[in-house]
Design a binder for this molecule. Structure first.
Ligand code: GLY
Length: 351
C-alpha cells in the first residue's frame, strides 16, 4: 500500500514538473492590444477579427508545416496583416497629426541574431519586407524615412501612393484625437477616397493595433517580426518600439522570440523584448513568467502625464512553447502548434 502511494505521488510530481512536450513547429500572432471590450466590439467586427487571426494561423502554419522557415512565415503573415485594414499596420495604419501614415517595422532571425528595421516610411506597401531586405541585403540594421524608401526602391520592393494606406476609420480617429488636443485638422492625403461619413463602431485600439508574429520552424529556428503605424496623432517624427530591436522585437535560437504591442515609449524604456529573453536565458524563467514580469514592469512606469505603461507581448521559448501577457482589456492574439488546435482570443479574460 505504502509502495503504491509512493509510486502515485512520484507520478503526480513528475506530471507537475514535466514541461509540455516541444512542438515540431509553432506560431504565435498578435494584432494589437487596447481597450478592446465585449461592450465596444460588435459581433460582426469580433468575427472579422477572429477570422483575420485564423487566416494568419493558416498562412503561417501552412508554411511551417511544409518545412518552410520561421522567417518566411513571419514575413508572409505580417504582409497579409499589413494589407488588412483591420490592423494598424500598412493599409489601415493610424495617422500622424499632419495626416500622414508613417510606418515602422522590424524583423529578427534567431539563428544568427541578424536584424533589420525601417521607421517612418510612407510609400512602401509592405514595411516588413523592407525590414527583411535591410537585414539580408544591407550592412545596416535600421533605416529611416526617405533613405529607407530609396533603399526599398533599389531592392524593387513595391511602392504605393501615400493615399493607399488611408482608411476612413483611422481618419475619424485622428480628427477625434486632434480635436481633443486643440490641434488643427489637416487635409486628407491627396487621392484619399472621400466616402460618405459612416457611423464607425470600432473599439479604442487606435493607440495600439500593431501586428506581430513569432515562429519556430522544424529546423529549430525562431524568428520574430513587428509592424505598425504607431500611435494616432503622433508628432515630430515620433518612432515607437516596433522597429527597435530589443524593445518591440527580439529572437534568439534556443532562448526566445518576442513581439510587443502597446504604448511604445514604455516598451523602449523597459527594453521589453530583450528583457523577456534575458530573464529566460539568465534567470531560468519560463516564457510565461518572463512575459508576466516584464508587462508588470511596463505597467509600473508612468509618463510625464502620469499615465501608466500599457500593452502586451507574445512569446515563444527556445523550443517553440508559447506564452502571452497583457495589461489591457484585450489583445487580438492567436497561436497554433504542429498537430494542435488553433487558439484565437481577443479579451484578456478568455482562457
Ligand atoms: N507599439 C507601437 C508603437 O508604440 O508605435
Amino acid at each position: 500500500m505504502r509502495a503504491l502511494l509512493a509510486l502515485t505521488l512520484s507520478v503526480l510530481a513528475a506530471c507537475a514538473i514535466a514541461p509540455e512536450p516541444a512542438p515540431r513547429w509553432s506560431i504565435v500572432v498578435h494584432g494589437g492590444a487596447g481597450i478592446i471590450e465585449r461592450a465596444n466590439l460588435t459581433p460582426e467586427l469580433e468575427s472579422q477579427y477572429r477570422a483575420a487571426m485564423q487566416r494568419a494561423l493558416d498562412t503561417g502554419g501552412g508554411i511551417l508545416e511544409s518545412g518552410g522557415s520561421s522567417l518566411d512565415a513571419v514575413e508572409a503573415v505580417i504582409r497579409e496583416m499589413e494589407d488588412d485594414p483591420l490592423f494598424n499596420a500598412g493599409r489601415g495604419a493610424v495617422f500622424t497629426a499632419e495626416g500622414r501614415n508613417e510606418l515602422d517595422a522590424s524583423i529578427m532571425d534567431g539563428r544568427t541574431r541578424a536584424a533589420g528595421a525601417v521607421a517612418g516610411v510612407t510609400t512602401i506597401r509592405h514595411p516588413i519586407s523592407a525590414a527583411r531586405a535591410v537585414m539580408e541585403r544591407s550592412r545596416h540594421v535600421m533605416l529611416v524615412g526617405e533613405g529607407a524608401e530609396t533603399f526599398a526602391r533599389s531592392q524593387a520592393l513595391e511602392e504605393v501612393a501615400p493615399s493607399y494606406f488611408f482608411t476612413e476609420r483611422r481618419w475619424q480617429q485622428l480628427e477625434e484625437n486632434l480635436r481633443a488636443n486643440n490641434l488643427p485638422i489637416p487635409e486628407p492625403p491627396a487621392g484619399a477616397p472621400s466616402a460618405p461619413r459612416a457611423e464607425l463602431a470600432y473599439p479604442d485600439d487606435h493607440q495600439f493595433g500593431t501586428v506581430g508574429v513569432v515562429a519556430y520552424d522544424q529546423h529549430g529556428n525562431i524568428a520574430a517580426g513587428t509592424s505598425t503605424g504607431g500611435t494616432t496623432g503622433k508628432r515630430w517624427g515620433r518612432v515607437g518600439d516596433a522597429p527597435i530591436i530589443g524593445a518591440g522585437t527580439y529572437a534568439q535560437n534556443g532562448i526566445c522570440g518576442v513581439s510587443a504591442t502597446g504604448t511604445g515609449e514604455f516598451f523602449i524604456r523597459v527594453g521589453v523584448a530583450r528583457d523577456i529573453c534575458a530573464r529566460m536565458q539568465f534567470n531560468g524563467e519560463s516564457a510565461q513568467e518572463a512575459a508576466d514580469h516584464v508587462i508588470a514592469d511596463v505597467g509600473a512606469l508612468r509618463n510625464n502625464a502620469g499615465q501608466p505603461g500599457d500593452g502586451g507581448v507574445i512569446v515563444l521559448d527556445g523550443e517553440g512553447r508559447f506564452a502571452w501577457a497583457m495589461n489591457t482589456p484585450g489583445m487580438y492574439r492567436a497561436q497554433l502548434s504542429a498537430g494542435g488546435e488553433p487558439v484565437v482570443q481577443i479579451f484578456a479574460d478568455e482562457q
